[in-house]
Design a protein around this ligand. Structure first.
Ligand code: 48F
Length: 255
């Protein structure tokens, strides 16, 4: 067979095989930002089948933009053990841990993938699957981002889940979908409040966890849901929130 044909056949065979295995997962994380990738590593390490769906063709979410495009981001020392778990290097300045933005992106992704999580790029979650008795979120509805951008009418596909994590940052995409389409679940996002780094860092971790049966929130989606302060380019809250949501899901799914 010609190499050109072999390339096509190999890509389609391998991708189809893997995508069909992903039609049902333990945990679907929506968004490959800092909170979603942190959660993915700890969930996969606990033996759960984890898929991250990311609408862009790259991971990192808000990390790459740093603070006004300066390429360093900072964390409180409370997140030191998480940075160590991922092998992220840091220096200390003014009592803060300083990391290189691109290293943080690369190592969070590498840590999640090495632990067994799958990251699917260029795919957007546009809806949820709902089941009754009991009423719960039972899956995500996925479409290639390129189809969204093109405006073509193409039906999406569903992925069944035991837990969905909204890690979509300020979009709080999944929370807003559930709020609009399943009003009986009583999810009413308040929108994030103004800047207050210290309170925002503390509260985003405190409020991380289950939203409704089958749906959890981490990172800035938590702030959007509960009206918590934003905190700007400090990322310890995102890392700690990602680890926290993983702990809650592991407890709920594995007992
Ligand atoms: O925004 P993002 O980095 O979320 P996060 O983990 O971290 C927030 C911080 O970056 C920063 C901050 C804290 O210091 O204020 O904003 O809470 O990453 C969210 C990811 O979700 C993707 C989006 O492209 C981004 O990479 N995303 C959003 N909606 C969807 C989605 C969707 N419907 N389907 C798939 N991916």
């Amino acid at each position: 067979m010609e190499l050109d044909a072999l390339i096509t056949r190999t890509i389609i065979e391998e991708a189809s095989k893997e995508l069909s295995e992903l039609s049902s997962v333990d945990v679907a994380i929506v968004g490959a930002g800092p909170s979603g990738m942190t959660a993915a590593k700890y969930l996969a390490e606990a033996g759960l089948k984890v898929l991250i769906v990311e609408r862009k063709l790259s991971f990192g979410g808000g990390i790459g933009g740093g603070g006004m495009l300066f390429h360093k981001v900072v964390s409180l020392k409370e997140a030191k053990s998480i940075l160590d778990d991922f092998g992220v290097r840091y220096s200390e300045r003014n009592g803060l841990l300083v990391t290189d933005a691109s290293e943080l992106i690369a190592k969070l992704a590498s840590g999640a993938i090495s632990s067994g999580a799958k990251i699917l790029l260029g795919a957007s979650v546009e809806d949820v699957v709902v089941r009754t008795n009991p009423l719960r979120i039972a899956g995500i509805v996925v479409q290639w981002s390129a189809i969204h951008i093109s405006g073509l009418h193409v039906d999406p596909l569903s992925i069944m889940t035991r837990a969905v994590v909204d890690a979509t940052g300020h979009d709080a995409s999944i929370i807003r979908i559930v709020s609009k389409k399943v009003p009986e679940l009583g999810v009413n996002p308040r929108g994030a409040g103004p800047m207050d780094a210290a309170r925002g860092e503390e509260l985003v971790v405190k409020y991380t966890g289950k939203v409704v049966p089958g749906l959890y929130a981490t990172g800035m989606a938590v702030a959007e849901l509960h009206g918590l302060p934003r905190m700007g380019p400090i990322f310890s809250g995102m890392l700690l929130s990602g680890k926290r949501v993983a702990e809650v899901i592991i407890r709920d799914l594995k007992g």
